[in-house]
Design a protein around this ligand. Structure first.
Ligand code: HEC
Length: 99
């Protein structure tokens, strides 16, 4: 009897966690992009917003920054600090944000 109560309590503990996961929060490192591109990539300065750009476009631009084929002030250095997988995840996140 006591045991099954514990199980129910443990099960309930996980409910809020599952709820948050369904909102797919951004990976921790995506917050670095917010510093310059604004919260959720919505822009707050002269730096271009990322929200609502397409995933392939973002991936392509980062690749161009990395390769040096697109001139940049900071992104050419910054983009080198992220793996392709991280860029793909960040791109998916920003593509899913409303402009
Ligand atoms: C230190 C500030 C800074 C940070 C941090 C930063 N960016 Fe940028 N980003 C810029 C600037 C400035 C530009 C314009 C190009 C340039 O001068 O480097 C830019 C341009 C871009 C563009 C091109 C946008 C367009 O409309 O063509 C993309 C895509 C981009 N950044 C993605 C990212 C991602 C993804 C991250 C996080 C991993 C990130 N940036 C973090 C400053 C930043």
């Amino acid at each position: 009897m006591k045991r099954s109560k514990i199980h129910i309590v443990v099960a309930l503990l996980f409910v809020p966690i599952i709820g948050v996961a369904q909102n797919t929060p951004p990976d921790y490192f995506v917050a670095n992009c917010f510093n310059c591109h604004g919260t959720d990539g919505r822009g707050h300065s002269t730096i271009p917003p990322l929200a609502g750009l397409t995933k392939p476009y973002i991936i392509e631009q980062i690749a161009a920054f990395k390769a040096g084929t697109r001139p940049a002030t900071v992104m050419h250095q910054l983009s080198k600090g992220y793996t392709d997988d991280e860029i793909a995840r960040a791109a998916a996140y920003f593509a899913a944000q409303k402009k």
